[in-house]
Design a protein. Sequence first.
Length: 173
Amino acid sequence: MDTVNLPNDDVILATGGLPAADIRADAAPNSEAAMVVEPVAPVSSDAASATPPVLDATASETVPANAIPPEEIDRLTGDIVAALKTVYDPEIPSDVYELGLIYAIDIEDDRTVKIDMTLTSPGCPVAGEMPGWVQNAVNSVPGVSQTKVNLVFDPPWHHGRMSDEARLALNMF
């Protein structure tokens, strides 16, 4: 079991060809969340269509042939988060990542990045533009083949999703 510390309760799921992971927060949403990642069984029951695994001589487990190496997933994740931190809501002096507007990041084997994000309110004046800003920022990360941004409003955003950094910038302590 690996523990990944994130600044808010965002979910970063990078399967890299391995079975999906069960991710749950062990801390309150407005604290530095400790995420616990536990492997779970693959969803597909059609074993004939699954990619046959190959043995990686440097690892103690079987890894699918098309898997992104863990070091590359770590690099991509860090670079994606850094890119997201360059996108600001023009009305709020904090970036979309620290505001807690990014709900999920999924890095697929073909290096497609899928992002679920929200807005501070459905009536946000830049609702039509901000997903494009996020897409452009993540597309600029070396190694990302394409980015798909899904705008969601469930669960609704609330100020408890903000990181301490965003709260400090907005004087919300």
